[in-house]
Design a protein around this ligand. Structure first.
Ligand code: ASP
Length: 322
């Protein structure tokens, strides 16, 4: 009996292995194209495709509502192993921000593994008169009520960072939401908005090109990445304890067949060792997640811990959406 079951399981497994993928695999990015999560996803998709024979891996941008629209799309997608979600810290901040989230973060997804940690920077339009953080604080004090802060909507990392920044510095700003910080960056470059917190995967090139002014990193330690290593932390600049960063993980709709999840996790682990992917991420300040953390159990445990960490902070800030 036991032998029959084992044999049956082997047939099912090899059947799934042979039959999958049957069509292009889609990775949904819950933000607009041309932004930092999109950059991670597009580079990751190339590395993942190399590690799944006969596959085509495409990226679909489903931006809006701080990443919750795209996450909701994947929660309701067919669990046939062809739709995945690449999302960031918003997976853990949205449950506290939305009264009616269209999915259950811990129940409606299969957790596959984590991908990277990405630091954030505080950047501004080049026409701002301030040239460093101390001068920025003076400018903010002098311009209360007139400051625009771009973000990617309630639930986005830029929203969380901007919320914490306003609280820490005790100055309210007008937040301007976009479908992602890709389009927000376009407006920052054009001088239509004043400031933004954004991942280094979106800001590094703009900082290097002198297209935005960079005032600080939001991590607790300075970065070692060339081009970012001269930036002070907000913590050392007077906002003691300020520390916010982004992490990314890969998810599938609940019920996706286990053999497919195993193969995607194997492909994820291989992608995280792919020299092109690693090189691209490292040049943009991102840190690849190590093998101990890129498995489903650790991924889910981490997201739950992040929900518990950020929930009270967000609730204390009194930010909600329906
Ligand atoms: N950086 C965005 C955020 O604020 C997301 C994105 O556009 O990738 O979360």
């Amino acid at each position: 009996m036991k032998k029959t079951l084992v044999a049956l399981a082997a047939v099912v497994l090899s059947g799934a292995a042979m039959a999958w993928p049957e069509k292009p695999i889609t990775i949904v990015v819950p933000f607009a194209a041309g932004g930092p999560t999109d950059k991670v996803a597009r580079d990751f998709a190339v590395a993942m495709q190399k590690n799944i024979p006969n596959s085509t891996v495409i990226v679909e941008n489903v931006g809006g509502a701080g990443g919750t629209l795209g996450a909701g799309r994947v929660a309701k997608a067919a669990a046939d192993g062809h739709t995945f979600l690449l999302h960031h810290i918003g997976m853990a901040t949205s449950p506290a921000l939305y009264r009616n989230l269209p999915y259950k973060t811990l129940d409606d997804f299969e957790y596959i593994g984590m991908i990277n940690d990405v630091p954030m920077t505080l950047v501004g339009r080049t026409t701002l008169p301030a040239n460093n953080y101390a001068e920025l604080v003076k400018w903010l004090e002098a311009n209360k009520g007139k400051i625009n802060l771009a973000n990617a909507g309630l639930g986005a990392a830029s929203h969380l960072c901007g919320l914490l920044f306003q609280q820490a510095i005790k100055i309210d700003m007008t937040t301007i939401p976009y479908k992602g910080t890709g389009p927000a960056m376009t407006d920052l470059l054009g001088g239509q908005v004043d400031l933004m917190c954004d991942q280094t995967t979106n800001t590094t090139a703009q900082i290097a090109g002198g297209k935005v002014k960079a005032f600080a990193v939001t991590s607790s330690r300075r970065l070692s990445t060339p081009g970012l290593n001269n930036l002070p932390t907000l913590d050392e600049s007077g906002l003691k304890g300020f520390n916010v960063g982004v992490w990314h993980g890969l998810y599938a709709p609940k019920g996706t067949p286990a053999p497919v999840l195993t193969r995607v996790n194997t492909a994820l682990k291989a992608a995280l060792k792919d020299p092109a992917f690693v090189g691209s991420m490292e040049s943009l300040g991102a840190v690849i997640i190590n093998d101990a953390r890129n498995n489903p159990a650790e991924h889910k445990r981490f997201v739950e811990a992040e929900i518990n960490k950020w929930g009270p902070v967000i609730k204390a800030a009194g930010q909600y959406a329906d």
